[in-house]
Each structure stands twice: as structure tokens, then as C-alpha cells.
Design a protein around this ligand. Structure first.
Ligand SMILES: [Zn+2]
Length: 247
């Protein structure tokens, strides 16, 4: 089995936990590959050495997040990364109902979508609230999207499926009240799995938070009745579709 953690924050996690032993244990459980996100200049600086630890198994994106206070990236940073072809995607970017300055949020979102369009890069999306507004913006950018950790309404999910779009299944939709969303996401066949792990999400005494991905996979199989082999095959196909690489 080859499993990708399709949305995580490994540079951020590495501030508190040495990654090498976590990664090697995760590898022995079949977690081979990571799509990780950089949201600060400090995180960006640590990705080359992380990639050296995981040759061919770690791709990273970078973006100006709509609601993360520690995000100090600027458009010129993102542009430089696009130019140098260092990132596999722009993100996570998007809209968040907790951000008060909606004009700023919208303009920085659009500016980054324009960059993705001009460099033909996929986009990793963070959409919390503002679903219809986000869709109205996105529909004018025919890009390849990965909507991470989506846990909004079923109706808005159905709207987003009109885009060229994959979704990551997270712990957030394993709850009973999100069962319909999980089923529909699985039925659509455009899913991968994520932990969204950062150093802030690690529980006390949690030895290896990367292993949460196994729980997301197993619970998805239990709740849907879909065999694990089928779930992993579908995520591998979607990984290839998004990144161009074999898992
Ligand atoms: Zn994230």
C-alpha cells in the first residue's frame, strides 16, 4: 500500500518534533508521500532540507493564507517560487469566514489565482464559509484544484464539483453529522486523504501524529464499506492527476 498525506504542514510540525523517526515509522505503515504546505518564510526555508530527507516523496506548495496570523509570505515570494518551479501548487489559499477584512482576502485570493493561471500550477484551497463567493471567483479560473479538509454543506460541495477539483478527506468529516458529505465525496471518486497536521494540532503524549492518516483511511473504509485497496487505488490515481507523478 502507498498512501499520500495530501495536506499537511511538515515544516511547521518539525519545529516541535524531529521528523526523521516519525517519517520512518509512517513509511513502515505505508504512508510514503506528502503534499505539504508552507505558510511562512521560516517554513519555506526548511523545505529543501526536508525534501532531502524524503527524496521524491515530498512536494510542497506555498500561499498567502486567508486567516493564519503567522503567514508572512508576500506575493513576490510566491512569484519567485513559481518562477523557480519549486512548488507543485499555490496554496493553501482561499476564503475564511473568520477574516474581517474581506476586501483584502478577496484581492489576495484573486492575485494568487492569477499567478497560478500564468504559471499553470494547481491550487490548494482552504474554504471555510463564503462558499458561493469562492465558487463565483474560481469558476473564472479553469485550474486544477485540491480543496483541502472540506467540511461545509453538501449543497456547496456539489457546487464545487463543477470545477476540475479533488478533495482531501479529513477527520472533520468522519463524524456522524457529516456522513452524507463523506459518502458523496467517496462516490465522486476525486478524493485523497489528509491529516492537516501542524505542531498546534499534536495531542499531549501523541507519539506520531503522522499515523492519524491510517485512522482516516480505516474509518473511511468502515463507514462506507469500500475496501481499503479501492480507496488507496483511487487516491493514487488522483495524486497522479494532480501532480503528474506516480505515487
Ligand atoms: Zn492546512
Amino acid at each position: 500500500m502507498k498512501l499520500c498525506d495530501a495536506h499537511c504542514h511538515l515544516a511547521n510540525l518539525s519545529v516541535d518534533m524531529p521528523l526523521a523517526p516519525l517519517i520512518s515509522e509512517a513509511t513502515s505503515h505505508g504512508i510514503t508521500t506528502y503534499l505539504s504546505s508552507a505558510l511562512s518564510k521560516a517554513e519555506l526555508a526548511s523545505y529543501p532540507s526536508l525534501q532531502a530527507q524524503l527524496p521524491g516523496r515530498l512536494l510542497y506548495s506555498a500561499g498567502i493564507h486567508p486567516s493564519y496570523d503567522e503567514c508572512d509570505l508576500e506575493i513576490k515570494d510566491i512569484q519567485k517560487l513559481c518562477e523557480a518551479r519549486q512548488i507543485w501548487a499555490i496554496g493553501e489559499i482561499g476564503m475564511d469566514r473568520n477574516t474581517k477584512d474581506t476586501d483584502w482576502m478577496q484581492s489576495i485570493f484573486i492575485r494568487q489565482l492569477e499567478l497560478a493561471a500564468s504559471y499553470k500550477l494547481p491550487v490548494v484551497l482552504h474554504i471555510v464559509g463564503h462558499q458561493q463567493e469562492a465558487y463565483n471567483i474560481l469558476k473564472d479560473f479553469p485550474l486544477r484544484y485540491l480543496i483541502h479538509g472540506y467540511a461545509g454543506s453538501l449543497e456547496a460541495f456539489q457546487v464545487f464539483t463543477k470545477l476540475d477539483c479533488c478533495f482531501t478527506i479529513s477527520e472533520r468529516i468522519l463524524r456522524p453529522d457529516k456522513h452524507d458529505l463523506l459518502q458523496e465525496m467517496l462516490a465522486g471518486g476525486r478524493y485523497l486523504f489528509e491529516t492537516d497536521i501542524t505542531r498546534y494540532y499534536v495531542a499531549e503524549n501523541e507519539a506520531n501524529p503522522l499515523l492519524r492518516l491510517i485512522n482516516v483511511l480505516n474509518r473511511s473504509a468502515e463507514l462506507s464499506g469500500i475496501p481499503i485497496e479501492e480507496l488507496t487505488a483511487v487516491q493514487a490515481t488522483n495524486y497522479k492527476y494532480l501532480t503528474g507523478y506516480d505515487l
